[in-house]
Design a protein around this ligand. Structure first.
Ligand SMILES: C[S@@+](CC[C@H](N)C(=O)[O-])C[C@H]1O[C@@H](n2cnc3c(N)ncnc32)[C@H](O)[C@@H]1O
Length: 240
């Protein structure tokens, strides 16, 4: 099988399945995770993410002061923020923070989320930041995150790119320390199987299930695209 094939998509949403040169869980996965668990990630923070975090932290602290039973929902890799908007509407008691490194995506308008469409939620904020830094800042600030979503992260399906997947990244120890529940979705089941195996090293357990689509609004544009092309989407839910 070719080594250089990533996910292929056309602009109309005829999304092709993941093509990978891996036949199963990456042979180096446990070793890479163990390395990151035993070596603190010390890379200096980028100023733009530090500033973005400060802005969000101010909002979070004010929210928590005004709502003693308030909860924070983190929507990591939120893209255009469709999921952040949906989660905000579904969880009026919560403050939803959507984070993505792409300013282009964060600032894009999302159709269907106006007052005319019955959308009223204001309890969300989208911020441009690099999660490799943002995660460490959230963990250090001890935000009381109840649910931590990572919906359709970039798959990096080539075997040699294991360390670009979140479970192979240096920030894995901090990212998995955020949230009472972690919810990941992907159209590449193996990505989630790897994450699940990596999470066992930090005693995080949960289940892998098919995303039930019948009659439900897609949480994200990528989910909608995969569903429109007949692909199965998977969810990994991990509990503390
Ligand atoms: C495949 S898209 C999915 C977007 C959205 N969740 C959806 O399902 O429509 C992955 C997103 O992750 C973001 N991303 C990747 N690495 C990131 C990082 N280090 N920090 C913040 N965002 C990142 C990308 O900018 C992109 O918007």
């Amino acid at each position: 099988m070719k080594d250089n094939m990533a996910e292929q998509q056309d602009p109309l949403g005829d999304s092709k399945s993941i093509i990978t040169n891996q036949t199963g869980i990456h042979e180096k996965l446990n070793e890479v995770v163990a390395k990151h668990l035993s070596h603190p990630f010390k890379k200096p923070y980028q100023p733009h993410t530090q500033q973005a975090f400060q802005e969000m932290d101010t909002l979070v602290q004010a929210f928590l002061q005004a709502n003693s039973a308030g909860e924070i929902i983190l929507d990591a890799c939120c893209g255009v923020g469709q999921s952040s908007r949906i989660l905000a509407q579904q969880n009026p008691q919560a403050l939803v923070i959507g984070v993505d490194k792409s300013a282009h995506r964060i600032n894009r308008n999302v159709e269907g989320f106006s007052q005319e469409n019955g959308y009223h939620a204001q309890n969300y904020h989208l911020v441009r930041a690099d999660l490799n830094d943002f995660y460490r800042l959230v963990k250090a600030a001890n935000w009381p995150v109840t649910k931590h979503y990572i919906l359709y992260p970039n798959p990096w399906p080539k075997s040699k790119h294991l360390q670009r997947r979140w479970h192979g990244s240096a920030v894995f120890p901090q990212m998995t320390g955020i949230g009472d529940t972690l919810i990941l979705r992907s159209n590449w089941r193996l990505y989630l199987e790897e994450f699940q195996q990596a999470a066992k090293q930090i005693a995080l357990h949960g289940e892998l299930s098919q995303v039930n689509v019948a009659g439900e609004q897609a949480l994200t544009p990528f989910e909608a695209k995969y569903q429109a092309s007949g692909q199965v989407c998977w969810q990994l839910t991990l509990y503390k």
